[in-house]
Write a protein that binds this ligand. Sequence first.
Ligand code: F6R
Length: 368
Amino acid sequence: EKGGHDYFMLKEIAEQPRAVADTLLGRVGADGRLTLDEMRLSDQQLRDVEKIIIVACGTAYHAGMIAKYAIEHWAQIPCEVELASEFRYRDPILTRTTLVIAISQSGETMDTLMAVRHAREQRANVLGICNVNGSTIPRECDGVLYTHAGPEIAVASTKAFLTQLVAVYLIALYLAQVRGTKWGDEVFAMIQLLATMPEKVEAVLGTVEPVRELARSLANERCVLFLGRHVGFPVALEGALKLKELAYMHAEGFAAGELKHGPIALIEQDLPVVVVVPPRARPILHDKIVSNIQEIRARGARTIVIAEEGDETVAPYADTLIRVPAVPTLLQPLVATVPLQVFACELATARGHDVDQPRNLAKSVTVE
Ligand code: F6R
């Protein structure tokens, strides 16, 4: 049942190329345009949207953070992201032209479900991004876009996360398509590029052996920090969450720009720091993070750098360099997250933990 793997988590990590492909399947037309009719929200409803609020928990929340960058860029609609457990305890301003997007693998997370109910009471339209067919959240939403990750058994979310990313890219690009934003050509090109993502994810999986070795060598560390910028920031948060929940280690993710506002004080000799480097196509993001790497290395940190193939600028400052395929910035989380999943899984295993059943955690959290 684990398909020859020791853990469901390893099996699910390996299934990611297929999961990404399945989530794209049937959604890109022969003319290169998206069709998301199954979503149950009309194009007119989507043209009327004035504000988007995304609600989710844990890993799904990180997918929501990435969605914000994609939606504001391609669809040019103001977008907020909020932890579902916080959303309903303030007084969010929602109207008929607000679209609330709830992201949940299980479709049963109580915090997210309560946020959905709260949003619908305020007359907002609610769209679910869920993996489990017919679960409670999609039943209570106005519309739903299913991810096709297949059943996720391991407690830590991996393939569901990648398919949530695909779903949010599809929604952002579809909104851009129906609203006709100024990014028409780029949107068209991105839709084509999405189709190549399964092979890119496959390529990453083919190169993770050194990540495993690295993870084993860090099994006795007490703390690992993760840094990222732009969509690399939620990727850093996701890398840290995986390490906490599986290896029971102190792990924290930061926005690289925040380093100098406090966290740099944590940097000490030999502290492992993972840095997600944006593609060189965005020099403004890329060059800033290269200086961040230099800063932390000057203070003795052990730098573990995730950078695209061909990026030689980072090599002199990386104690370990992890390569991922070159893709556009907004799509980079699809490839950059994978080594972090493998890293957490291997490190936890090296510490003797069962990665499928981490202590104190349940697969679906049906209490608030
Ligand atoms: C982390 C993890 C959790 C879930 C969170 C939301 O690996 O799995 O953080 O992402 O509990 O669960 P869903 O997506 O089912 O609402």
